[in-house]
Design a protein around this ligand. Structure first.
Ligand code: LAG
Ligand code: CA
Length: 491
């Protein structure tokens, strides 16, 4: 379950958090910029809560059924997106919420409540009825644990973390054959629709054995799209930064895991709590939790930790965020995911919407330079010039090792074996140095702060001599990147 199922030279996933089911983004942008997959917000029916003239983003993490009808769109719109994205070589990864249903006490007929589709539900303690699945009270963990996970459980009691309620969310019992069958039917329907895999929400809160039993029941991916005998990609949401009763190693036999240790290490280096020179060994064996390449999904930030500031970098950090993402995209470790956000001022704020009465989720509009128009409320980090250029850099360097690694205090540089070169200067003065770039002689355009448009370079030009050597100036607190696709006059 660790194969990304993306095309060889499209090894970057983007999380289009809360976007509507849009094929346009695959067709108009992603396929041309090196992106291979999209993580979409949970597409199934979920609770609706209308509060303070808004709908919080986290309603998506309170399922009421597995019908495909959500704030992102209808089943037909979902299918349309999957079909058209696959056609242009962009895979769909579905954020799947299996651990729980709604928060205890939530009911569809409470004022200000409802569901994103037509399903009704009653989440009162002991009633716990979700007829559209169907689930009833006996499908939940109440007899084993009737209450919330306590803070101390994370350190001392793995069973409680898996059997009790995660902040009041009614906890499904995956030892039950019926519950397994419902989950397997849901994931199977998504596979039949043509998706490439899943981000399993809250995997830490489910037993690995139960997950394995369900995953083994899944059919192969559609052969007409992926070829024969291909298994779905699975990434388990497990937060383990060390010191937890539940460890990421429990999950690596059944997929990848979300490596929160990666983004933390990058943030710490960029904030100079550690030295970016140390990023030259960020990979298996680097501190806690950084396991093998095929075990990890790496990212700078995600939709949860971008809301609680420390210790991660987010779009709000501007240039430092660009540096962090550029390093992740240039470096060779793991399968990676770029975050794409809507702008927010407070934790619960939902995505841009059309207002009362339905608060339907809106969509971004675009600037002439292909970034998103901030007035539409979407940040679209994945379209920022640096990030989209670096995703293309990664695509051009796929399969090429990091070589010629050079470090100085707060500085790192490396080549991607004959295909690319990257350097980061986190010191306060310019870095002037001659490097062995491993690239063919020629003039190259900087992809970090520039872009090659036809034969015109909008940024710094780097000249490489016949020995592959170049004298490079990397400005303070910035990066430089060039590759075979930014060679002026062609490769
Ligand atoms: C996840 N990964 O394991 C998601 O990434 C994370 O975003 C989810 O929490 C969590 N697990 C459960 O799927 C989010 C919000 C919570 C929110 C929850 C359910 O971070 O704040 O809880 O989704 O919607 C909300 C309220 C709570 C309340 C709960 C139940 O914030 O105060 O207790 O609903 O009513
Ligand atoms: Ca659980």
């Amino acid at each position: 379950f660790d194969d990304s199922n993306t095309l060889f030279d499209r090894q970057t996933m983007v999380h289009l958090f809360e976007w509507r089911h849009v094929a346009n983004e695959c067709e108009n942008f992603l396929q041309f910029n090196g992106y291979g997959a999209v993580q979409v917000s949970p597409p199934n029916e979920h609770i609706m809560i209308y509060t303070n003239d808004d709908v919080p983003w986290w309603v998506r993490y309170q399922p009421v059924s597995y019908r495909l009808n959500s704030r992102s769109g209808t089943e037909a719109q979902f299918q349309n997106m999957v079909d058209r994205c696959n056609k242009v070589g962009v895979r769909i990864i579905v954020d799947s919420v299996l651990n729980h249903m709604v928060g205890v006490g939530q009911k569809s007929d409470d004022p200000g409540h409802g569901s994103s589709g037509t399903a009704s539900y009653d989440g009162r303690d002991g009633i716990e009825s979700f007829p559209a699945v169907p689930y009833s009270s006996t499908d939940f963990h109440d007899p084993v644990c009737h209450g919330d996970i306590q803070d101390s459980d994370y350190q001392y009691n793995a069973n409680n973390v898996r059997n009790c309620r995660l902040s009041g969310l009614l906890d499904l019992n995956h030892a039950s054959q019926h519950v397994r069958n419902m989950a397997v039917a849901y994931l199977t329907s998504l596979i039949n629709a043509g998706v490439a895999g899943f981000r399993l929400d809250a995997s830490k809160h489910m037993f690995p054995d139960d997950l394995q039993a369900m995953l083994e029941k899944l059919p192969n991916l559609r052969a007409d799209i992926f070829g024969t005998n291909q298994k779905p990609f699975v990434v388990h949401e497990v937060i383990d930064r060390g010191g937890e009763a539940i460890k990421v190693t429990e999950y690596i036999a059944i997929g990848r895991y979300t490596n929160f240790n990666f983004g933390a290490a990058v943030a710490s280096a960029i904030w100079k709590q550690s030295d970016v020179a140390g990023l030259s060994t960020l990979g298996p064996g680097f501190g806690y939790g950084n396991l093998d390449d095929h075990d990890v999904l790496n990212f700078i930030d995600n939709h949860d930790n971008q809301r609680d500031d420390q210790p991660y970098l987010t779009y709000k950090n501007g240039d430092q965020y660009r540096m962090g993402n550029a390093y992740m995209l240039a470096w060779t470790y793991g399968y990676i995911r770029v975050m794409s956000s809507f702008a927010f001022d407070f934790h619960d704020q939902g995505p841009p919407n059309m207002g009362a009465p339905n608060y339907a989720t809106g969509s971004p509009t675009f600037n002439p330079d292909n970034t998103c128009d901030a007035r539409s409320g979407w940040v679209c980090e994945h379209r920022w010039p640096t990030i989209r250029q670096m995703v293309q850099f990664r695509a051009a360097c796929q399969g090429r090792a990091a070589t010629e690694i050079v470090t100085e205090s707060n500085r790192i540089a490396f080549a991607r074996e004959q295909n690319g070169f990257f350097a980061m200067n986190n010191a306060d003065s310019d870095w002037n140095r001659q490097f062995d770039t491993t690239l063919p002689a020629g003039s190259y355009c900087d992809q970090y702060d520039g872009e090659l448009k036809g034969s015109m370079c909008t940024g710094q030009t780097i000249t490489i001599d016949n020995d592959g050597k170049a004298s490079v100036r990397i400005p303070a607190r910035a990066c430089i990147a060039f590759s075979v696709i930014s060679r002026i006059g062609g490769r």
